[in-house]
Structures are given as structure tokens and as C-alpha cells.
Design a protein around this ligand. Structure first.
Ligand code: HAM
Length: 417
């Protein structure tokens, strides 16, 4: 038997209802905040990701599914959505109509990481991006929107971590200081961090290897190196969050795994998933639109790890599965043919209706109706056909009434609502 690819998974009925519910809640909330959906391709030219996420990141160095297409052009299954949202904004010159764009997108991403709990090679993100607003008000608003979504979904035990990563004016001086600090630590850093410490030193700060975490405890903090503009911006974000009642901690070691970030960055963390503690991550990326060939327009956004959110939710939430309103227990060929028409008519009226096509006994049909959780069963056999009535049974109260076969669809609807 051909099995699915490692790190990929099927989302089956029983679980999919939870996904649908989360998606519905997210869409409705985001739209209330003025976001509109964009649907973008899952493959892009490789250069889009190398240029935006950064050559020296784990994602670009070792996690992308990249291959030549039949004409030799390098293409990549998207490891994240932000780069594509930016590309489409530039490509369709959306900024010319209105530089402010708020969009969201939901879909699969691909990273060839080592699969483990909460980490998949195909995973889903719920992504929101805002272009064209420099004010810290929007930073606070999207964090508020994100936290509100978790509240609506009754997810608890989450901590919002925030940090500022500065800007091209202030970050280089910090980077230099950090490299200097890491220089003396090569003995105690893991081999990956030894490589990172000159090329991408900020990443060393959030290495999960215990000796690395211990070694960087006293590393210089970016927050001490922010230029006055970045400092102001970050302080305003904090003030606004305080006013909005959003709880957060300042995590000066929060650096994120993609190179495009500037200023505010944030992660919503959980302890419910072991090593994979980030349920959502995001931040500002004021230079990215320009780096990808567009005008100097700022951006900010986040992505929720949909799979991780579902992993947490399913620990204490049963998906709501819509039960059939009516199950038609039709006995015998002739009755089945007639009942088949009623079934379709009821479904078309928006009444979830099931019937059994196998011609089983009444006892077997009642068993099936019970298993499906049907609220009503319509019993329809030859004698009912002769008498011109069928028995409609309420499965909760066990009360049974007779409904006329004349205009039966209306009669059923009248009696079940
Ligand atoms: P990211 O932190 O790489 O950011 O991913 C966002 C979220 O996706 C993570 O917090 C995590 O929940 C989920 N995630 C990442 N990798 C996996 C995986 N292998 N398996 C399951 N879930 C995963 C970004 O992707 C940015 N584009 C976010 C963003 C949007 N920043 C600004 N706008």
C-alpha cells in the first residue's frame, strides 16, 4: 500500500469540523477588522524566498522543497505566505490604488523539518498582513486581533512575547556587539550556533540547545541598542497594549527565524506542545516591499500555525458534528425509490437528511440512524405506502406521529422545526 509522505497528514471527518470552525471564526473576526482574503499560489520562483526570508536562515538553507521544473527554472513550494502576499501587492500595483492593504490568507506551507509533535512538513497557516501603515497603532491592533481570536476560541495558557528588532539604522551596531560577545563562547555553543554566530548571530539567541541557551543568558540585549525612533515605536506599542488590556511579556531573546523583520516582533507561545512552543509569530517588516522591488512601504503581519492551534484545541474540545435532522428508513425497493426523491428534496431545502441504500431490515436501519445521531427517523414501508402516511419518530422524546404522504416534504419540515 502506498502511504502518505512523512511529515504530511490527512485531515479526516471528525477532526476537519474543528478546522472549519476555527477558519470560520478567524475569517469573520479578520473581516470585522477590515481584512480581505487573498488566495495565492503554493509555488513561487525560488528567488522570492531566498531574497525575502534570507540566504542564511534555516528555512532557506535546509528546509525548502525546491526543484527545477521541466524547463529548468527553480521553483519552491512556499515555506510561508508573507513573501507571496508582498509579491502580489507589488505585481498588481495595488499600492497605486491604496497603499494601505489589509489581507489574510489561509493555506498549506511546506518546510522539510524533522517531523515531531506540532511540527509537520506540510502545515497550514492563517496569515494576516497589513501594508502601508507605519504607526505603532497597527502593531498593537494586530496583536489585539490575534489575542482576541484565541479568546474567541477559548484557548488558554498562551503567552504573548514581544520584542523589538530595531531597524537598519540601529541593528548593525547591536549585531557587532553580539558577534563580539559570541566570539568568546565557541566552546559552549552547538555546531549550528558556531556557524550562525558570524552570519546570523541573532538566531543564536533562541537556540533550543540547553548549553546555548545558558551561554547567551547574559548576551547584550537589542533593546539597549534601539535608536530613538525604534525605542519610541516600541514603547508606544507597549502603552497601547497596556491600555487595551493585552497581557504580554517582553522577551529580549525573541528573534524570529526569518530575516525580513524590523522593529516589533512577537510570538504567541504555549507549553501544551512540548518543544514546538510557538502557536503564532509575526512582526513588522518595513523594508521587505522595497527589497522585493516595490516602493518604500512598511508592512506588518503574523501567521498562526493552524495545525498547532488544532493540536491544542483538540485537547479539550470536541468538534461539533452536524447530525442528520432526518433519517429515512425506507423498507423495500419501491419505498426506497420514493424515499430517495424525498431525501433529495429535503437536502435541497437545507434539511440534513440521510437514507440507507442497502435495503436492510428496520432494526438495522434504526441502528444506523442511532449511530449517525439522527434527530428524527421517518419510517416508511409497504403498509405506510398503502395507507398514505409515514411514521415520524423523534429520537430524543421517542414520540411518534403520522405524517401524510401528500406534500410530505413540507409535512416533515413543519414537524421537525
Ligand atoms: P513563522 O514563525 O516561521 O513565521 O511561522 C508562523 C507559525 O507557523 C509558527 O509560529 C508555527 O505555529 C507555525 N509553523 C511553522 N513551522 C511549522 C511546522 N513545520 N509545522 C507546524 N507549524 C509550523 C512565518 O511564517 C511568517 N511568515 C509570519 C509572518 C507573517 N510574519 C509577518 N507576517
Amino acid at each position: 500500500m502506498i502511504q502518505l509522505i512523512r511529515g504530511f497528514k490527512d485531515i479526516l471527518p471528525g477532526e476537519v469540523e474543528l478546522w472549519q470552525e476555527v477558519e470560520k471564526t478567524a475569517r469573520s473576526l479578520f473581516e470585522d477588522f477590515g481584512f480581505r482574503e487573498v488566495r495565492l499560489p503554493i509555488m513561487e520562483r525560488t528567488a522570492l524566498f531566498t531574497r525575502s526570508i534570507g540566504e542564511n536562515t534555516d528555512i532557506v538553507e535546509k528546509e525548502m522543497y525546491t526543484f527545477p521544473d521541466r524547463k529548468g527554472e527553480m521553483i519552491t513550494l512556499r515555506p510561508e505566505a508573507t513573501a507571496s502576499v508582498v509579491r502580489s501587492y507589488i505585481q498588481h500595483k495595488l499600492y497605486a490604488v491604496d497603499p494601505v492593504q489589509k489581507s489574510y490568507t489561509i493555506g498549506p506551507m511546506f518546510r522539510r523539518e524533522r517531523p515531531q509533535k506540532g511540527r509537520y512538513r506540510q502545515f497550514y497557516q492563517i496569515n494576516a498582513e497589513v501594508f502601508g501603515i507605519e504607526s505603532p497603532l497597527i502593531d498593537a491592533q494586530i496583536i489585539f486581533m490575534l489575542v482576541t481570536l484565541f479568546t474567541r476560541l477559548s484557548v488558554t495558557g498562551l503567552t504573548a512575547n514581544i520584542n523589538s528588532l530595531g531597524c537598519p539604522k540601529c541593528r548593525p551596531a547591536y549585531k557587532e556587539k553580539l558577534i563580539e560577545f559570541l566570539d568568546g563562547l565557541s566552546e559552549s555553543l552547538c555546531s549550528a550556533c558556531n556557524k550562525r554566530s558570524s552570519k546570523n548571530p541573532l538566531r543564536v539567541l533562541d537556540c533550543k540547545v540547553p548549553t546555548c541557551a545558558e551561554s547567551v543568558k547574559d548576551a547584550p540585549s537589542i533593546l539597549d541598542y534601539l535608536c530613538p525612533d525604534c525605542k519610541d515605536h516600541f514603547e508606544t506599542v507597549q502603552d497601547l497594549l497596556n491600555k487595551m488590556g493585552v497581557e504580554y511579556i517582553i522577551n529580549k531573546r525573541l528573534v524570529r527565524g526569518l530575516d525580513y523583520y524590523t522593529r516589533t516582533s512577537f510570538e504567541i507561545q504555549t507549553t501544551a506542545l512540548g518543544a514546538q512552543n510557538a502557536v503564532a509569530g509575526g512582526g513588522r517588516y518595513d523594508g521587505l516591499i522595497n527589497i522585493l522591488g516595490g516602493p518604500e512601504i512598511p508592512g506588518i503581519g503574523f501567521a498562526i500555525g493552524f495545525d498547532r492551534l488544532i493540536d491544542i484545541l483538540s485537547q479539550n474540545m470536541e468538534p461539533r458534528i452536524r447530525q442528520p435532522e432526518v433519517f429515512i428508513a425506507a423498507l423495500g425497493d419501491d419505498c426506497q425509490k420514493v424515499a430517495f426523491e424525498w431525501t433529495n428534496a429535503l437536502c435541497a431545502e437545507g434539511i440534513k437528511t440521510e437514507m440507507d441504500f442497502s435495503g436492510k431490515s428496520l432494526k438495522a436501519l434504526m441502528k444506523r440512524a442511532n449511530r449517525l445521531g439522527a434527530r428524527h427517523v421517518l419510517i416508511f414501508g409497504e403498509s405506510e405506502m398503502k395507507e398514505g402516511v409515514a411514521a415520524l419518530r423523534n429520537m430524543a422524546t421517542k414520540k411518534q406521529i403520522l405524517v401524510s404522504l401528500n406534500d410530505i416534504v413540507r409535512n416533515i419540515i413543519k414537524n421537525i422545526i
